[in-house]
Write a protein that binds this ligand. Structure first.
Ligand code: AMP
Length: 304
């Protein structure tokens, strides 16, 4: 089963306490597709880049078997740019720059052969665009959506409209509080579920993630990492691992959603070990399985 991914393809400039990099290939769709590609093929990407998007970025996606028919290239335009600076503890970051460029006029057109894709992942972009993508899809079975503070603040009403048409929302703890106006995350999850999605996943950085449904609160551990190099893309890799596992198994039972959250955390952990998309470039399924099992070990204990 394939997955349709829509989101940003970007040139990121990143500063961490360990170094900095300028105009590195990134973007929500790039990270999501790369992470999901370890579970199912092909991943179908919908997005836009300018003529300045480097060939190395396209090669990276092609090597991961990602179908680029839905990728628009505006030859005279500039690619979306984002720049961020991480604090000392790497949990917090400041956005220094968001330049929409070709995304400003982007009108997503879903190729005919993509329209029946059953699993859709709406990566972090303007919620108006996310909605336009859904309008062109024919009865998707499971729609996962990611967003961020930028859109919660700038396009709140549009985001609320998109939320009515999705099944699962992934966001981090501060974004959940911002969207729900509720400091407690369990309550925040309940408020957000009332906005549309029946499944809400709240990521808590190095403290794991919460999976909330009508009948369940599942607390997923975080993988204890000693070497975090660059947290950029962790959230998107999480979404890619989550949606990839759902597509591979075609199972949205509560037990399988829990596994999907652990696969999401697994892919995020690989992502942050290297700079940019490098951490997702040549993993093996065996490595992924191995780390998935370690997640169980780190929080298992005997009753007596
Ligand atoms: P993450 O670290 O998972 O939150 O994702 C970081 C990626 O999101 C970077 O590669 C950025 O290019 C991309 N990004 C940041 N801000 C935005 C935005 N407002 N819209 C779309 N993509 C964004």
């Amino acid at each position: 089963m394939s997955v349709l991914v829509v989101g940003s393809l970007a040139l990121d400039s990143i500063e961490t306490p360990f170094g900095s990099a300028k105009d590195k290939v990134g973007g929500s769709a790039t990270y999501i597709s790369a992470a999901a590609s370890y579970f199912v093929n092909p991943i179908r990407i919908v997005g836009v880049v300018g003529g300045d998007f480097p060939q190395e970025g396209l090669t990276f996606l092609e090597e991961r078997n990602i179908d680029l028919e839905g990728l628009e290239v505006v030859s005279g335009g500039k690619t979306f740019r984002w720049s961020g600076r991480y604090h000392y503890d790497l949990n917090e970051r400041d956005t220094l720059l968001t330049e929409l460029n070709v995304f400003d006029r982007f009108d997503p057109k879903i190729p005919e052969k993509y329209r029946k894709t059953r699993i859709v992942c709406l990566g972090n972009i303007d919620p108006v665009l996310q909605h336009r993508v859904l309008d062109q899809m024919e009865n998707p079975r499971f729609v996962v959506c990611d967003t961020m503070n930028y859109w919660i603040e700038k396009k709140n009403a549009d985001l609320r409209e998109t939320l009515k048409s999705i099944n699962a929302l992934i966001l981090n703890d501060s974004e959940a509080r911002l969207l729900s106006h509720e400091p407690n995350l369990i309550k925040a999850g309940r408020v957000i579920r009332q906005m549309g999605p029946s499944v809400v996943i709240i990521k808590k950085g190095e403290h794991g993630a919460l999976l909330l449904t009508e009948t369940m609160v599942f607390s997923a551990p975080a993988y204890p990492m000693e070497n975090i190099f660059d947290p950029t893309g962790a959230g998107d890799s999480f979404a890619g691992g989550f949606v990839g596992w759902i597509a591979r198994t075609d199972d949205i039972s509560e037990e399988n959603l829990k596994r999907a959250v652990i696969y999401g955390s697994t892919l995020a952990s690989f992502c942050v070990e290297k700079f940019g998309v490098e951490g997702l470039s040549d993993l093996t399924y065996l490595q992924i399985q191995d780390r998935f099992r370690q997640f169980r070990e780190i929080s298992r204990f005997d009753e007596d």
